[in-house]
Design a protein around this ligand. Sequence first.
Ligand code: CP
Ligand code: NVA
Length: 324
Amino acid sequence: MVAVTVKLKLSPYVILESMGKLKTKHLLSISDFTPDEVESLLDDAARLKGCWLTTLKNKTLAILFEKPSLRTRVSFEMAMRQLGGQTIYLSPAEVGLGQRESVADVARVLGRMVDAIACRTFAQKNLEELAEYSGIPVINALSDYEHPCQALGDLLTIREKKGKLKGLTLAFIGDGNNVAHSLMLACAMTGINFRIASPKGYMVQKDVLLKARRYAKTTGAELVCNTGPVEAVQDADIVYTDTWTSMGQEAQAEVRRRVFAGYQVNNELLKKAKRDVIVMHPLPAHHGEEVAEGLLDGPRSVVFDQAENRLHAQKALLARLLGE
Ligand code: CP
Ligand code: NVA
């Protein structure tokens, strides 16, 4: 006879009792949360790891994507399954957001049939319109402006690897893009010092920087955005990079390869960082471009834990946004 051991880490009732309602109905920007809510979502994410619940029984998430995805789609699909809910995937070719049909009409139709929308789109305005017209929670699954779910998974990973957030230093090397925007805000909200080295013309947007500065005033985080890669990584705890060419910018790839040539994360650059530095990347990576060939397979890379943590972070998010 085979003995079967069932290991339940924590009772679902204990887990759910600890979860309060969020102030926001939607997650369009990481700044829709209060700093306290970010921290408590990370606590929930850690608690929910490996738990299969029925909290979202009878709840359906529409996954409406205008761009390709591996991690975001699979993590939302799995998060809903692990919470007892279901998903409907709507691919880039299907809906034609704002082309086949207006964003407002798509929103109103989905609002009649499903319980929430996770949308990956180009314009942040599309997310705002979905939120305005659908009547149901809308989650930014990446826009050209922000990638807040990525930032949640990133913070969870940093906290697991370093045991804390406040007082650490993160150096972002590369494009001041959607990932950089959400991460800069997330760092400023949680007291992580944030330095970003980007070529001229590819820096973070001013409005996001101003918002981050307001958070940094209250948490004491230092923000530096006018620096080179070597200065940025000096004594850093975390070195982070992302693709030089984001989805939708493919026509600029050649130009960007030239502009960003001096912005590769490699062993030479990492010598300036702390000895126990970790290397992060949201993936997909372009090995040999923004990150040296082989670096993400090495001991300092945490990119696959980081990818997995998207699932745990979004599970906490969905439980809090959609749970009764
Ligand atoms: N990091 C991330 O969002 O990956 P996908 O584009 O594969 O979803
Ligand atoms: N900046 C990248 C992130 C991919 C997860 C993009 O938008 O394509």
